[in-house]
Design a protein around this ligand. Structure first.
Ligand code: 5GP
Length: 228
């Protein structure tokens, strides 16, 4: 992959010189933002530009539409399989919609985190905080209300009434912004991507993300002193 910026995602706990690495486990990143803030474009570019991100793939019991690929657009499963997963605590969250189940499978997220990928979720934050206290909660802002309006109008697919509803929804959602950990402004796409990447990289350096590493250093220090 030419031009893709990668982090060393090796999950080995020591580098080639035998020095211990910081935790290489990935960060769970929850991304929210108003409709029209450009979240979709941002996330697409983030996963194409950088190798270390993985977008969570949802699971559903509805039939695939033409062109949809199992494991890329959704994991398509039977009612029975979905219900088994719910019973076995296999979903981070799920909901019913138009007679079908939709949800976020836990194993896909966990597997990618273990492999050192930073996993991006677009789900409601209250469903994540309790289960993943170290998740990074990110809110994508438009540069201004006028710009949000322009972007919504620019889509040319929605009526004036629908645009008004989305703006009203944004007013409501703006009340919850202070419950997030970080805010980025999606003005220049490139700058916003770089900022998200900086935030996620910083999150890898918190003590709570490196509990094992800290424990090992503590143990090593004692052993070192004991052997002298
Ligand atoms: P669609 O059938 O058009 O792909 O999606 C229908 C609805 O399901 C959308 O409103 C979408 O946001 C929702 N949905 C998709 N994936 C998930 C998920 O993982 N969890 C929840 N709770 N809803 C989802």
């Amino acid at each position: 992959l030419i031009g893709v910026k990668a982090r060393d995602n090796s999950t080995k706990s020591r580098d080639i010189n035998g020095r211990r690495r910081m935790n290489q486990k990935g960060i769970l990143v929850v991304v929210s933002g108003f409709s029209g803030a450009g979240k979709g474009t941002l996330m697409k570019k983030l996963v194409t530009d950088y190798e270390n991100y993985a977008l969570s793939v949802s699971m559903t019991t509805r039939q695939p539409r033409t062109g949809e690929v199992d494991g890329r657009d959704y994991f398509f499963v039977t009612d029975e399989e979905f219900e088994n997963r719910i019973a076995n605590d296999g979903m981070i969250e799920y909901a019913g919609y138009c007679g079908h189940y939709y949800g976020t499978p836990k194993d896909f997220v966990e597997k990618n985190l273990e492999e050192g990928k930073d996993v991006i979720l677009e789900i409601e934050i209250h469903k994540v905080r309790a289960q993943y206290p170290d998740a990074v909660l990110l809110f994508v802002m438009p540069p201004s209300a006028k710009e949000l309006y322009n972007r919504l109008t620019g889509r040319a697919t929605e009526t004036e009434e629908v645009i008004r509803q989305r703006m009203l929804r944004a007013v409501e959602e703006s009340e919850g912004i202070d419950t997030y950990d970080y805010i980025v402004v999606n003005d220049k796409l490139e700058d916003c991507i770089a900022q998200i990447n900086t935030i996620v990289n910083a999150a890898r350096h918190t003590p709570s993300q490196n509990i094992e590493f800290i424990g090992e250093i503590r143990k090593e220090l004692k052993e070192f002193l004991g052997s002298r």
